[in-house]
Each structure stands twice: as C-alpha cells, then as structure tokens.
Ligand binder design. Structure first.
Ligand SMILES: Cc1cc2nc3c(=O)[nH]c(=O)nc-3n(C[C@H](O)[C@H](O)[C@H](O)COP(=O)(O)OP(=O)(O)OC[C@H]3O[C@@H](n4cnc5c(N)ncnc54)[C@H](O)[C@@H]3O)c2cc1C
Length: 374
C-alpha cells in the first residue's frame, strides 16, 4: 500500500521536498497556512550555492529554470566604512555561477510549478502514534492521518513539539527591513552606491545592508544589538517615527549611506531568533523536521540552501522506500545526516553573526575576507 505522506509548509524546504517526490511519482499532501500563493510579500533575494540550493534544484529537474531566472552579477559585494570610504569592492567573474541570486518570489513560483498545494491549511498540532498513524489537526477543525508528516513550517513550527521541546531564543540582534523601488530611475545615486549586488556598512554593534533584487527593487536591512522590547512605544504604521528612531541610532554615518533609510517607505522588524546549535531529538516514527523548523540559524546565506537540500534529500530517500519499515529507516538515516551538517553550519553562522554586528567593526571586515579571499 502507498504511504500517506504530508509536508507542512510550502517554503523552500517543503516545496523542494514535494517537488522531488513528485518527480519520483510519489503523491504528497502539501499543507500550507497561507490562504493563497500571493497572500503575503515573498521577501528579498536568496543566493543559492552550487552544492546546496542549486543541487536541490537539480534533483528537482529545475536547474535550467533557475539559471534562466537567477542573477550571477548579484554576487557582487561592496563594503563601506561608516564615513562612506569603499573598503572592499568584490565582483564575480562573468562565468562565476557559484552563488547567483534569485528573488524569493521567483524561486517559490519555480518550485511550485504545477504542484497541488492545499492553501489555507494551517496546522495546529501533530500527534504521532495514533491507531491510524500520525494525526494532523488543522486550525479550521479538520483532522487527517498520515504515515509520515514532515514539518517544514519554519521558525515557529507547530510540528516541532511532536518531536522536541526546543524553542527559538532571541540572539540580542534585531533587523529592521525597508525597501526601495525603481532604484535605477528614482534613486540613481543609491543605485550606483549599491552596485549590482549587495552593499554592507559595518559600524560599532550595528550594520546597514542593502541588497539588489530584480526589477530595480532593493531591500535594506538595519541591524543592531538591542533588547527585544527596544521599540516599546514605537508605532510601526508611523514610518516617519520609525525612520527617525533608526536615523538616531546610525547618527554620524555618511549621508549617502543614511539615504538608504531616508528613502525607505515602510519598515518591518525582524528580531533574529535561533534554535540551539546542534538541535537534535530522539527519533519519533512518522514525524520529522526540515529547514528552519529543525535548525533555525542566523540569516547568513545558508538557511534556505540547507532547507532545500534537506527537502530534496529526504524526498529521494523516502521515494525509494518500498514499505513502512524502510520508510522509517530512511527517515532515521536522513536525520543523522541532517543533524551533522546543520550543526556545523549553526556554529559557523552563530559566530558569523557575532562578528558582523560586533563592537569591533574590523572583525566584520576580517570575516568577509575569510569568506571571500582575494
Ligand atoms: C532577512 C533574511 C534574509 C535571508 N537571506 C537568506 C539567504 O540569502 N540565503 C539563505 O540560504 N537563507 C536566507 N535566509 C534564511 C531563509 O529565509 C530560511 O532559512 C528559509 O526560508 C527556511 O525555509 P523553510 O522552508 O524551512 O521555512 P520558511 O521559509 O519559514 O517556510 C515555512 C512555510 O511554512 C508555512 N507555515 C508556517 N506555519 C505553518 C502551519 N502551522 N501550518 C501550515 N503551514 C505553516 C509558512 O507560511 C511558510 O510558507 C534569510 C532569512 C531572513 C530572515
């Protein structure tokens, strides 16, 4: 009898899992809380690494589609001092396809293809070990059972409690995101400052990062050390008030750099949370986790890559399992591989975040030089 498989979450992890299973002719229920594909803005740009996100797309048969959409020139990276001096100006060779950028929305649509997603299916609870399998409860009161439930539902996973009591903790570092549209025509000076890829400015315990997306869209991230309630009393709908609070935090930085904040129309805060480094759990038959649900780590260009690779690898392992015993063994072996790899990256990204938003900005520059020698 065919195994009943569900994945909770249609982010990079869940979609890569579903797409690779689909390619192997195995049915999977994709359960997503969002009511529709475009229910919320898809977010910024992602660089997909050759041996990670790109490998996952290859396993899904989508590498050519990615190459047609992605922006190799977006790998460019410029670093400025807070006074505006250019400290590093790294540009990729024209044939460098190691880490091209792609808009999250484009990646989501590529992965979705003709997949049948059950939108508006917010999962509230997963109960393993019932007589009929793993029970999934939905916010609208429905319930359904499966042989395998894969939790790919991100940082605040509702599947995770079925296998682990771990919860994300605040890192002490917050990002506030804003964006600029039509930067080449409306803000040509900023367009030149940013270049083709990313711009970063590192100061004392704070940083400003701007990343070019496709179509002249730029996302700007102000990053700083602050308590979780640093914004008490601030009205997020009052963009002028948020802007002036941020400008005060970055006081003394060069005017062109501060224009990145001055020109931003709306602001969204993203306090950075992480799961414990090397998060593992005692294997629970019928339930597993992928991506941020399993190993939420600082956003240093790895999370989506790992999420997709794990999704693709688990799908391949599961697709070739002929029966329930083999399925469980495949999941168990996958978890061991995932934990070892994710644990290594969790350590690297935790140390990296400390260095990029550091009391000593020279440490951020040294970190960049270690990653991008020459
Ligand atoms: C600002 C920022 C920049 C980043 N840049 C990069 C980068 O350049 N490169 C990189 O590799 N990573 C990057 N990351 C990290 C990356 O975004 C995540 O690691 C990645 O999205 C994780 O994918 P995921 O599928 O595990 O989870 P998510 O992307 O969080 O997807 C989870 C999905 O599950 C759904 N869901 C949630 N709860 C439920 C529920 N109860 N029921 C049903 N569905 C549910 C959500 O709606 C969502 O669709 C960045 C992160 C941030 C915050």
């Amino acid at each position: 009898m065919r195994q009943r498989i569900a994945v909770v979450g249609a982010g990079p992890a869940g979609l890569a899992f579903a797409r690779v299973l689909h390619r192997h002719g195995r049915p999977v229920s994709v359960l997503e809380r969002d009511p529709a594909r475009d229910a919320r803005p898809p977010g910024g740009t992602l660089d997909l690494h050759e041996g990670m996100g790109q490998l996952a797309l290859d396993k899904a048969g989508l590498l050519a589609g990615f190459q047609a959409l992605s922006r190799p020139e977006g790998q460019a990276m410029r670093i400025l001092d807070v006074d505006g001096t250019v400290l590093r100006d790294w540009r990729p060779r024209p044939d460098d396809l190691a880490n091209p950028e792609i808009d999250r929305g484009q990646l989501r649509d590529l992965l979705l293809g003709s997949l049948d997603v059950q939108w508006g299916s917010g999962v509230t609870e997963v109960v393993p070990g019932t007589r009929d399998g793993v029970l999934v409860r939905f916010a609208d009161g429905r319930q359904e059972t499966f042989d395998l439930v894969v939790g790919a539902d991100g940082a605040w996973s509702r599947v995770r409690p079925a296998v682990s009591s771990a919860t994300p903790r605040y890192t002490g570092i917050t990002m506030v995101e804003t964006s600029l549209d039509d930067v080449d025509t409306r803000h040509p000076d900023l367009a030149r400052l940013i270049g083709d890829g990313s711009l970063a400015v590192y100061g004392v315990s704070r940083a400003l990062v701007a990343q070019r997306n496709s179509g002249g869209h730029v996302k700007v991230y102000a990053q700083f050390r602050a308590p979780l309630d640093w914004h008490a009393g601030l009205d997020w709908d009052d963009a002028a008030a948020v802007r002036s609070r941020l400008l005060a935090m970055f006081e003394g930085w060069a005017a062109p750099v501060l224009d990145l904040l001055r020109q931003g129309a709306a602001f969204v805060q993203r306090p950075l949370h992480v799961l414990p480094v090397s998060h593992t759990w005692a294997h629970v038959p019928g339930v597993t986790l992928l991506g941020d649900a399993a190993h939420l780590m600082p956003p240093l260009g790895v999370g989506a890559n790992l999420a997709m690779l794990e999704g693709a690898e688990l799908a391949e392992a599961v697709a070739t399992a002929p029966g329930p015993a083999e399925l469980d063994e495949a999941v168990r072996a996958f978890e061991e591989r995932m934990w070892a790899r994710a644990g290594r990256w969790a350590k690297i990204t935790a140390a990296g975040l400390e260095r990029l938003v550091s009391p000593d900005p020279a440490d951020a520059l040294a970190f960049f030089d270690e990653l991008q020698p020459s």
